[in-house]
Ligand binder design. Sequence first.
Ligand SMILES: Cc1ncc(COP(=O)(O)O)c(C=O)c1O
Length: 393
Amino acid sequence: MRRDPLAYLTAELDILKEQGLYRQLRVLDGEQKPTTSFDHRQVVNLSSNNYLGLTTHPRLRERALDATRTLGVGTGSVRTIAGTMAIHVELERRLAAFKNTEAVVVFQSGFAANAGTVAAILTKDDVVVSDELNHASIVDGCRLSRATIKVFPHRDVDAARKVLAALPAGQRKLLITDGVFSMDGDLGALPALCQLAEESGCIMMVDDAHASGVFGRNGRGTIDHFGVHGRVDIQVGTLSKAIGVLGGYVAGSRALVEFLHHRARPFLFSTSHPPAVAAACIAAIDVLEQEPELIERLWENTRFFKAGLASLGFSTGSSESPITPVIVGEGALAMKLSDALFAKGVFAQGIGFPTVARDKARVRTIVTATHTRDELQFALDVFATVGRDLGII
Ligand SMILES: Cc1ncc(COP(=O)(O)O)c(C=O)c1O
């Protein structure tokens, strides 16, 4: 009989089970909503990135249905062959106007945008200087580029300055940070890093995945929030989180975008978005421009929930965004906390190594504009009960 060459994977999974770190995928039974059913259990949902509730917004739904009726369900090609539809171009034009940049290129996901861009613009002779907590898609892009990777401690601009000072003057270098860090909810050290990039002649890049639709005027992101327009060469955003649909984009100069058309491998070698996706994203920009009260509600809910968790005595780190981690330390304890919350009607995903450091496991909470006060208060009450039962508070 043939020996299973993948048997080692089962052994690895058994180790995760022994360590209490094995996860079953939770299955969402219906729509992505603030109270919804996962695994046939009704829960207050604190785990989605659906910051503004746009996944089910009527305007997005209608535009997606309309585009499907008139343009079909797929594009049948990559963008560079026959898969660029007028609706893709319209989305890019709207995004560029929204972000106040010369041009935008949309990728299939935020992951593809980050990894594809970093890998395309750097070579093995270049250096990338990257915050230690930058997203995995940035890390993978850096690895794919084969550039030398220099990591600086989280938000430590002085450390980044020392790294840059040690490099030859003519060296091509990229300084890169998340706008909002996805596991801690704190913000990239933006004005200071822009200053550093200018002083040291670096390309400056910001991944604004969790800031798009959340920070800045009408959700224009951290570049707008910090008033650093024109000082960030490459802005990445997602269409998959607050925008409620799917995709990622790069906003910058016309030359950057045209270069990515020719060299970014996910753009070149993967089929473009169905028309419904592009249409729904255009409708989302309309909503951002015309319904700013959604973002106001998101921030009111964020302040209420953060204050509630902190007053219960949980360790919530230094978040400045709607992402609030409840840090417990041990991976197994985070999973236990997440499971106990779920059993009592609250879904907050446990997150451990390798997504966060081994001793910084947590459950991550994300509130949305569409949570009601009652839902958030219920969640806080459950956190209080379970936190005390497990000796966390
Ligand atoms: C900081 C950050 N960048 C990029 C991404 C990737 O975005 P997407 O889900 O659109 O691929 C994520 C999402 O997980 C993220 O948190």
